[in-house]
Design a protein around this ligand. Structure first.
Ligand code: FPP
Length: 258
């Protein structure tokens, strides 16, 4: 179980945040929150630091937000850590981003285990360097029996590629008679996506003022609530997550109904 008292004692002295967290938990807490963590580069540039310094600071925020999401009782937190398009970045930056999972998990895995977090990943594993994949798979293995927050990293993830791959597998299964084409509906198609074991995000957050999806969970976000902020990811705090969830709790979700 997540030790709430320990969390407040070790991490946050703010009693107003604590009150907000209690209040949030009285309402409907989004089961799945997905975040496009944007603005690391700009955060670094503002401080005349190399871009990778922004990514490093962003990694620390991942820890902070994971713990707070777990405390709030969110079931799944999906974080867009590297897109299929991010390979276009300078080689040194890509190399740095590929080292971050090792650094993050090398440092925080014991804490994630203690807090009952289950690590997962969506994305194309094939192009990931061995050291990156090994670190993620080790964490997945060591946390597979945990039943607290699912911390789902989107790593070398691209939604269009995911959908194309799903269509190819659907066609194969129709051809070989495993499914009938008339059976295909939203629910069945979802089973062919990398998120087949997860619910769709209830809430999508994007930081840094960009208002776009950037090839992220295009199918899964069909009915999600969106929340955008100008805050750069390294400056994102528990308070900002609380802002997003409070806004979510004030929305009326109709899923196409009235
Ligand atoms: C986008 O900001 C951010 C990324 C491409 C990387 C996100 C990665 C992290 C926050 C760290 C991940 C941590 C783990 C544990 C894997 P940007 O570089 O595009 O920022 P900019 O738009 O200001 O240039």
């Amino acid at each position: 179980m997540f030790d709430k008292m320990k969390f407040w004692k070790n991490n946050i002295s703010s009693s107003s945040l604590r009150e907000r967290a209690d209040k949030i938990q009285e309402g409907a807490v989004p089961s799945h929150v997905a975040i496009i963590m944007d603005g690391n580069g700009r955060w670094a540039k503002k401080r005349a630091l190399p871009r990778v310094a922004g990514h490093h600071e962003g990694m620390k925020v991942v820890r902070k937000i994971t713990r707070f999401a777990n405390l709030l009782g969110i079931d799944t937190l999906t974080l867009y850590a590297f897109s299929t398009e991010n390979w276009k970045r300078p080689k040194l930056e890509v190399e740095y981003l590929m080292k971050l999972p090792e650094e993050f998990l090398g440092t925080f895995l014991p804490e994630l285990i203690e807090e009952n977090v289950q690590v997962r990943m969506i994305g194309d594993k094939q192009l990931l360097p061995k050291h990156t994949l090994n670190a993620i798979e080790k964490a997945m293995n060591e946390t597979k029996d945990n039943d607290g927050l699912i911390l789902n990293f989107a790593m070398n993830y691209g939604s269009r590629a995911e959908i194309i791959n799903a269509v190819q597998n659907v066609l194969k299964d129709i051809k070989s008679g495993i499914i009938d084409e008339n059976q295909l509906d939203d629910e069945l198609f979802s089973k062919y996506l990398m998120t087949c074991e997860l619910s769709d995000p209830d809430l999508l957050i994007r930081t840094s003022g960009e208002i776009r999806l950037s090839n992220f969970m295009l199918w899964q976000l069909a009915y999600s609530e969106f929340w955008f902020t100008d805050v750069l990811w390294p400056d994102f705090t528990e308070e900002h997550l609380a802002d997003a969830i409070e806004a979510f709790q004030n929305r009326q979700r109709r899923f196409g109904g009235v």
